[in-house]
Each structure stands twice: as C-alpha cells, then as structure tokens.
Design a binder for this molecule. Structure first.
Ligand code: ATP
Ligand code: MG
Length: 363
C-alpha cells in the first residue's frame, strides 16, 4: 500500500523553525516505527508571495486537495503589512480553508501535568485535562444573510443573522461523532435552544444523527452559557464539545486559557470524507508567526508537534503513535525542559527550539 501523503507548508516567521522539529519527528517515525509518509513541501503566505507574487500558488492548492493531510506552520509578518488585501499572507490560508471546505474546527485543550501551575485555574481543576472542542467553522452568524448596517427611521441598525441549515448541522455533528469514537465516545452539544430557533434546530438534528447512525455515542445537550460556566468550574466533566461558529469561537479561547501557553496548542480543521478515505484535513498550531521572536531559536515547537500528533490520530488512524508523541512531550516537560514561553518570572535557563526537539526525540 502507498504511504500516506502529507503536504508541509511551513510558511513564515517561526513557522519554518517549529516545522523543522516536526520534520525530525516524521523522520523518526520512518526510522524507528516503520511508519513512513510521502512528504512534499511547498510555500504559503509571505514566503509564497516573495516567490510567486501570490500567497498560495494554484499548484500548491491543487496538491493540498490531493494529499491525505496538510500540515501548516504559520503565515504573515510585518514585512507584508502594507501589501494589498488580495495578496496578504493570511489570504493563502483562507483560500486553503475555503477550497478544502474545512467546516469542522478541532481545538483540543490538554493540560500536561507539569504545566498545571501555568493555568489560570487551580491545579486540581486542570491537571490531566484532555478535552476537544469541535466548532462549526463555515456558517452561522458570521456568514448568515441579511447582514450589514442599515438606516432605519432616524438611526442606524447593525444586523447579523444566525443561520444554519440541517445539512450544515448534520455534517459537523458527524464529524464530532466520528472523532468521539476515537476518544471516550462522549459528546456534549452546546447551543441556546431556549432562546434561538437555530439552537432548536441544532439540538434536534444533532440528536437525530446520533440516534440514526451513532447509537454508541453518549450524547448530552447543554445551553452554551451554562457550558461556559462548567468549562471553568469543572472542565474534566467533558470530552468532546460540539458547538456552532460563534459559541465555538468563545468557548475555545476560554478552553485555551485552561492550559497555559499559546506555544502548546494544536488545532485541526476537517472537511468531508473523500470517498472511503479520511476527511480533508489541515493541521496547524493555534499560534501565529510570532515575528517578535522569529529567527532567534526561541519558539516552542510543541504546538506544531502536537498538530502532527493530531494528524496521526485523526487522518492516519495511528492513535497509539499519537499517544507516543504526547507521552514523550509529557515526559520532557516533567523532566523540566522549558522554552522561554513556558518559564515563570523566577526563570532558569530556557531551552532552544532545537533543544526541545532533541529532548522530545530522545524521550
Ligand atoms: P496571528 O495574527 O498570526 O495570529 P498574533 O500576533 O495573534 O499572530 P502570535 O504570532 O501567535 O500572535 O504571537 C503572540 C505572542 O505569543 C507573541 O509574543 C509570540 O512571541 C508568542 N508566541 C506565539 N507562538 C509561540 C511559540 N510557538 N513559542 C513561543 N512563543 C510564542
Ligand atoms: Mg492571533
């Protein structure tokens, strides 16, 4: 059987620096675990603009639609601030998301024990936390029509429309249930069915998909405001949280702060399954190109390495190997290795990006 294929788009700023460490991890799997990938690399963002005058070349776009998964570093930087909107580095990423039709955004909040003191919450609330927020990404109030600022009588009115079709809810619900089967099979769906029509439909469709095709999934429903409260009160009660675009935006940032640094947070965006194969998928760290530390060897590569671990689990059906990566990271952190972003005031000496990669490989 052919090796699974992976397109690496390292991008700008610290993107290539953290991606170098991921490439070492990928090579390690080929050497030590007999798990090889057909890896290709290309440019995205400012790097693609410098080479081709566009933040995403058509050939790169075509390749992204062919591979099993795309792994992206970060795009953008001050050098590109004055570019025309149509060629901004971020447009490269937006085009990828749009043409790959990535409607399901996965944001894990996982708290490594060694970093539990780093959370904004008490240690016992977050130690060992491992939850996943599935956010609908391409519809809802950010896109619904009508929208705009209109004249009404003698004043203006700002309007957005929360709109979800059954099909949009159905597909993201399936995505969450498929994911939950690789975890604890527990999903909590969040909306506000008490005050919103779209919430009523959301709850109904999610329940219907569960009853028809995922009877093994333990599904519960919660109003999103209560969900926000529960997320900071007792986050470990959740495993997978399924929610819409707007609530997901807020809840996933909230969950992110449970875990500490931006340098630790991976993400995935999934589309529809392609035939019998895995869904279209793009994996990337939550952080950006961090121009303030680019080129200094300070970047924490863990978010990007964890993004690859997500690819192992969700695109390549290699859950045990993903756990192997996560366990190595847990060990390295427990042994005390810290990049600068993971150090408190009292400090100590931080490790470099490459040294963090060395330690993870050794573990
Ligand atoms: P974007 O608009 O691309 O999301 P941003 O300005 O919101 O970018 P980041 O580029 O993510 O934010 O950087 C925010 C802060 O976090 C910066 O001070 C940066 O140095 C720090 N940071 C981000 N990622 C990392 C990392 N992997 N390791 C260490 N520090 C990081
Ligand atoms: Mg940002």
């Amino acid at each position: 059987m052919a090796n699974p294929s992976l397109l690496i788009l390292a991008g700008d700023g610290i993107g290539p620096e953290v991606m170098d460490q991921v490439k070492r991890v990928i090579a390690w799997f080929g050497d030590k675990r007999d798990l090889s990938f057909d890896v290709s690399e290309d440019l995205v963002g400012g790097a693609a603009y410098d080479a081709h005058g566009t933040p995403l070349h058509d050939d790169t776009m075509a390749r992204a639609l062919e591979v099993d998964a795309v792994l992206l570093g970060a795009v953008g930087g001050p050098k590109y601030d004055d570019l025309d909107f149509s060629v901004k580095p971020e447009r490269g990423l937006l085009r990828l998301r749009k043409e790959m039709d990535l409607f399901s955004n996965l944001r894990p909040a996982q708290c490594f024990d060694a970093l539990a003191d780093f959370s904004s919450l008490k240690k016992d609330i977050v130690a060992g936390l491992d939850i996943m927020i599935v956010r609908e990404l391409t519809s809802g109030v950010y896109f619904g029509e009508p929208r705009g600022i209109f004249e009404e009588g003698n004043e203006r009115v700002g309007i957005n429309t929360q709109r979800y079709t059954e099909g949009e809810i159905d597909r993201v619900a399936r995505s969450a249930f498929e994911l939950a089967r690789r975890r604890s099979s527990k999903v909590c769906s969040m909306e506000k069915a008490n005050v919103m029509e779209s919430g009523i439909l959301w709850r109904e469709v999610v329940q219907k998909v569960r009853d028809a095709d995922y009877p093994d999934i333990e599904l519960s429903h919660m109003y999103a405001d209560n969900g926000a409260m529960q997320l900071v009160r007792a986050p470990k009660q959740f495993d997978v949280i399924l929610t819409d675009n707007l609530f997901g935006d807020i809840l996933s940032d909230c969950a992110a702060m449970l875990t500490g640094s931006l340098g630790m947070l991976p993400s995935a965006s999934l589309g529809a399954p392609t035939g019998d194969g895995p869904p279209r998928a793009l994996y990337e760290p939550v952080h950006g190109s961090a121009p303030d530390i680019a080129g200094q060897g300070k970047a924490n590569p863990i978010a990007c390495i964890l993004s690859f671990a997500m690819a192992l689990r969700y695109s390549f059906d290699q859950g045990e190997e993903a756990t192997r990566v996560e366990t190595a990271i847990e060990k390295v952190l427990a042994d005390g290795a810290r990049t600068a972003d993971l150090m408190g005031e009292d400090g100590g000496t931080p490790v470099t990006t490459t040294q963090m990669g060395d330690a993870i490989l050794a573990a």
